[in-house]
Write a protein that binds this ligand. Structure first.
Ligand code: UDP
Length: 401
């Protein structure tokens, strides 16, 4: 179900919506194409699923296309992604790896029409499509923290980035020195999507029942792809520390993404950990589980996002919007969303995670207060209407240059 723009008025006010319509009117006739590397799974697909229909709703000719790649290609791009974010354990990159990356991008450049007036290319997988750039405007939308990239990978990718007309980062501290203009646009969530819209308590209960999660003890939840950078094993460790002190249960809900080949190995490890613990629930969800995630987030007592590396961390905004205090890793975009002690707690270790979660469980009125502050923050900064406005302004600027 796609929400119409007018439905956002009750959340952000009619003035905001009028502004969007005004901006869109100025872009009449402009064509826009978003390209990324997966239709489902992960934050980028989540944003595009909701954003593209809203552009269309505003009368803008906006399309979204996904590149095709081999397993090998996605293994390569995931290792680029990891090393650019400073994940340890850098693999040895041979020249064949860089050639394969170029080859798949060139194949996609032949397959796709890349002639929209404004092209928005998301992340590094389709970055090299820019080789096919003609006279139209190309924007690179980087969703990761690029402040301390691996030099070898960055030296390879940098010339592609430099061929763009502009780059977008989620926060000023994620930027790199570049010769092209850089814009700061944080991601956002859609408050009316199936994942975030209000749900009656009965619906929440039904979802918990469906997954056989009893409501007899406090519920801790982390929703994430099964990825080492989301540290699911660290979350389990924190839960085990906590379990020694009080009754609780942990739900780890996740699924895969086509451009992420690491998922199944991590899921297998997590499943092994959970084998003998009836209070540790591992949910391997299909990509269409929007309602389920919505309900899980609403029914949790505390939401955890113990990432070790993070781009933005949409799951944090999703939980805050549902008035849940979040205990999250002090990394990437989580730092933009968790104001320590105000909308949740920022943590840097397993022990600290356990302590903060314990504090919130023992001080529920404090946790609720933080949840309410979190919703206010998301309303002010991280809703899709703001993202739409930022994009419209940027496109306006680029097409009138
Ligand atoms: N998500 C989902 N199903 C899952 C796991 C995650 O739909 O099994 C969603 C989650 O609700 C969020 C997005 O995928 O909307 C993850 O975005 P985030 O920025 O947190 O992390 P990323 O996966 O992009 O690193």
């Amino acid at each position: 179900m796609v929400s119409r723009l007018s439905e956002y008025e009750k959340i952000v006010g009619s003035k905001e919506i009028e502004q969007l319509r005004d901006l869109a009117r100025r872009l009449k006739g402009i064509t826009l194409l978003h390209i990324n590397s997966t239709a489902t799974g992960g934050g980028v697909a989540e944003i595009l699923q909701n954003l593209v229909p809203l552009f269309q709703n505003l009368g803008i000719d906006c399309e979204w296309k996904v590149i095709q790649g081999t397993k090998e290609f996605f293994r390569i791009t995931k290792s680029f992604h990891n090393t650019l974010q400073g994940v340890e354990g850098k693999p040895h990159f041979t020249s064949d790896i860089f050639k394969e990356y170029q080859k798949i991008n060139r194949e996609n450049a032949k397959r796709l029409r890349l002639d929209a007036d404004v092209m928005v290319i998301h992340d590094i997988q389709p970055l090299a499509l820019v080789e096919a750039k003609a006279k139209n405007k190309w924007v690179w939308r980087c969703h990761i923290d690029l402040s301390t990239p691996d030099r070898e990978v960055w030296e390879f990718l940098h010339p592609y980035v430099a061929s763009y007309d502009a780059a977008i980062f989620s926060a000023p501290e994620f930027r790199q020195a570049l010769s092209i203009p850089q814009y700061i646009i944080p991601p956002s969530i859609d408050p009316l999507s199936e994942k975030n819209r209000d749900l009656p308590p009965q619906k929440v209960r039904e979802v918990y029942q469906k997954f056989r999660i009893p409501e007899d003890r406090p519920i801790l939840l982390q929703v994430s792809r099964f990825d080492p950078s989301k540290d699911p094993l660290g979350v389990i460790e924190a839960y085990r520390i906590l379990k020694e002190r009080m009754n609780c249960q942990l739900v780890l809900a996740g699924g895969g993404a086509e451009d992420d080949p690491e998922g199944s190995q991590i899921l297998a490890r997590v499943m092994k950990e959970a084998k003998d613990d009836p209070h540790l629930h591992i949910l391997d969800l299909p990509p269409s589980s929007f309602l389920e995630i919505n309900a899980l987030q609403r029914g949790a007592d505390v939401v955890i996002q113990k990432s070790l590396k993070e781009g933005f961390g949409l799951t944090v905004a999703e939980a805050l919007w549902k008035e849940r205090a979040v205990v999250g890793g002090k990394v990437g975009g989580i730092k933009l969303q968790i104001r320590d002690g105000e909308t949740g707690f920022l943590v840097t270790s397993v022990r600290e995670t356990a302590e903060r979660v314990e504090y919130l469980l023992k001080n529920l009125s404090q946790a609720r207060k933080m949840g309410r502050a979190g919703k206010k923050l998301v309303r002010e900064k991280f809703l899709i209407t703001r993202l739409l406005k930022d994009y419209l302004n940027l496109i306006n600027e680029m097409t009138s240059r």
